[in-house]
Design a protein around this ligand. Structure first.
Ligand code: XIL
Length: 312
């Protein structure tokens, strides 16, 4: 039977999934599904600062290494996620108790340590995640407080110094045409104009309250690629509930949005998880059963829809 991976290879794009390391280690169905159907992976949590370095004793790369090793064994593209984020960094960072100089040094050390370790093994990094505030402007966070807006430049420069991966800015709510998408566009345009080493933009595309019109996604992708940037769909999932009523509508939307994105120039599409049994969306009340496989790893209509979208 034709897999997503086959279709992606023919279309010369990557199709990926965010993976959970425990499931990869212990669940055979999960592991086999990922290896068979996808040619790209993102660590759902294992490469975030908190999971990497929860204790003050230093970094523990065992989980992240397992994902990178699995990807290498199966000849997969690896999206590293994420170096700088306002969430899920270790408690010991304690921004409220540190000088701006210490924060500047921590940012640099962290990026050098992690991006440096995976040089040659991670193909793309989400260097900065979710830096734009929903109400406009830059989101207030520990890095903005300590370094000001230049923390974004520094993050990309540190990553470029130690990594040969493509370097991405990644965000949510900036997928189609919206005020936030305009802000992200302005942010990355400015980075490009000032020759900050950014290579691409990740559009998360979590869909649960309203569908994002596929034509708007295409228009947004086109204006970003016109800046010379690569565009990935990085965290796609479509919750059943408010946005789509059932599995068939879900499949239809997957087809429409993946076709539109790929036609507009997206070369990598990653779903935020593998099976409906393990997804962050339902746990947060953001819609049900959002992925391409059901909880028993059976292919859903959405799987066929993505297969068709890649096949054209
Ligand atoms: C989520 C994971 O899926 C959860 O397991 C975790 O508890 C919180 O983070 N945007 C992102 C991702 O960039 O890193 C988030 O992942 C989902 C939203």
């Amino acid at each position: 039977m034709r897999t997503l991976r086959d279709a992606a290879a023919d279309a010369d794009v990557h199709i990926g999934a965010a993976v959970d390391v425990e499931s990869l280690r212990t669940n055979t169905d999960y592991r086999e599904t990922v290896a068979r159907e996808f040619d790209a992976v993102t660590a759902e949590n294992a490469m975030k600062w908190g999971p990497l370095a929860d204790g003050e004793s230093g970094y523990d790369f065992a989980a992240a290494d397992d994902i990178v090793d699995f990807a290498a064994r199966h000849d997969m593209y690896v999206r590293g996620h994420t170096l700088v984020w306002h969430r899920m960094y270790p408690e010991w960072v304690r921004p409220w108790a540190r000088s701006d100089t210490e924060m500047r040094r921590l940012l640099s050390d962290h990026i050098h340590t992690v991006a440096g370790r995976y040089r040659g093994r991670v193909d793309a990094w989400d260097v900065v995640n979710e830096a734009v505030d929903d109400d406009g402007g830059l989101r207030e966070n520990a890095w903005l407080n300590a370094l000001g807006p230049e923390y974004i430049d520094r993050a990309f420069e540190h990553a470029a110094a130690v990594s040969d991966a493509d370097l991405f800015y990644n965000d949510y709510g900036a997928d189609g045409l919206s005020a936030k998408a305009d802000e992200v566009y302005d942010l990355v345009s400015d980075l490009v104009a000032r020759e900050v080493p950014v290579d691409g933009v990740g559009l998360q595309l979590h869909v649960f309250d309203d569908v994002v019109p596929p034509a708007d996604v295409a228009a947004n992708v086109e204006r970003l690629t016109d800046l010379g940037l690569d565009v990935h769909i990085t965290e796609l999932d479509v919750g059943i509930g408010e946005a789509v009523a059932d599995r068939d509508e879900q499949a239809e939307y997957y087809y429409d949005v993946v076709s539109a994105a790929v036609d507009a120039g997206v070369d990598t599409v990653v779903t935020w998880g593998v099976d409906d049994g393990q997804s962050w969306l339902p746990a947060r009340g953001f819609g049900d059963a959002p992925l391409l496989f059901d909880e028993e790893f059976r292919r859903k209509p959405a799987h066929g829809a993505v297969l068709d979208a890649l096949g054209e």
